[in-house]
Design a protein around this ligand. Structure first.
Ligand SMILES: [Zn+2]
Length: 267
């Protein structure tokens, strides 16, 4: 099988993970900017991280014949300090032309605070000003429904944001219909301990359709499984789906969304 990992935090992973993903059929990985497991102490920390995402990580992936793309932003977890946020956001526009940068992400909310909302607005404005696609992080557990509503409202308030160029990730049963009915793409994140298991993800797509949906493993610095996407392919086979359906869901769907940025190619 072939698949795309559309949301993987590879700076947290070893070369063994890259090799395992390549062996499982992965052809490309997209890495949104996110929290590193600790708060960075200055804008310089972000400048280095953006250099890692745009220069170093693509080379590491290429050793395993994997294409590597990324999304840039200040993550919501570190957006409470508005002074730091302003400095970090000013670093991003000059980097948007880098060959592996697909857009602005993963932006969104963590605790749904006033400052997080302000920084979210600034990111959406940046994406609108520069014609960029957007990848959205939605909060977890009890904050998810409220946070998703706030994020969708913020996106809908910008008339120049085209929902078909925005993916809202980490959807669950109660947020998938809100996202899909508003015309956005939706992402389901597969985790061994939290968020959705493969079977729950398949239940969600059976309920709400799979036209504008991708599956990802996140594979970040915490307990996570970089092979969660191919493991879900096996679960899909067990539940009677054929190879053509699995290819559509795990390869063609993310490729269709991502190729709206012409920089995304699989050659
Ligand atoms: Zn993420």
């Amino acid at each position: 099988m072939r698949y795309i990992e559309p949301h993987g935090h590879m700076v947290s992973r070893t070369t063994d993970d890259y090799a395992a993903m390549a062996h499982a059929g992965c052809v490309a990985i997209c890495e949104p900017a996110f929290w590193a497991g600790f708060d960075r102490s200055s804008a310089d920390g972000f400048a280095d991280y953006f250099r890692q995402l745009t220069e170093y990580e693509p080379k590491r992936a290429a050793r395993f014949h994997l294409r590597h793309f990324c999304w840039l932003c200040l993550n919501p977890k570190e957006s409470e300090d508005l002074g730091l946020a302003k400095e970090v956001l000013s670093l991003i526009p000059p980097l948007l032309d880098k060959p592996n940068v697909l857009g602005v992400g993963e932006i969104g909310l963590n605790k749904n605070s006033r400052n997080e909302l302000m920084v979210l607005e600034n990111h959406i404005q940046m994406a609108a000003d520069h014609g960029q696609m957007i990848l959205v992080h939605t909060p977890h557990l009890e904050d998810k429904l409220k946070g998703t509503r706030l994020i969708l409202d913020a996106l809908k308030n910008h008339s120049s944001i085209d929902p078909s160029r925005v993916i809202v990730d980490h959807v669950e049963e109660h947020t998938a219909p809100l996202v899909l009915e508003a015309g956005f793409w939706a992402g389901i994140t597969l985790y061994p301990e939290s968020k959705t298991t493969p079977n729950r993800a398949i239940d969600i797509l059976e309920l709400y359709g799979h036209e504008r949906l991708w599956l990802n493993s996140a594979c970040d610095w915490g307990v996570s499984d970089p092979l969660a996407v191919p493991r879900t392919a096996l679960e899909l086979r067990r539940r009677g789906y054929d190879a053509a359906f699995i290819d559509r869901l795990l390869y063609q769907n993310p490729a269709t969304f991502l190729a709206q940025n012409p920089k995304f190619t699989l050659e």
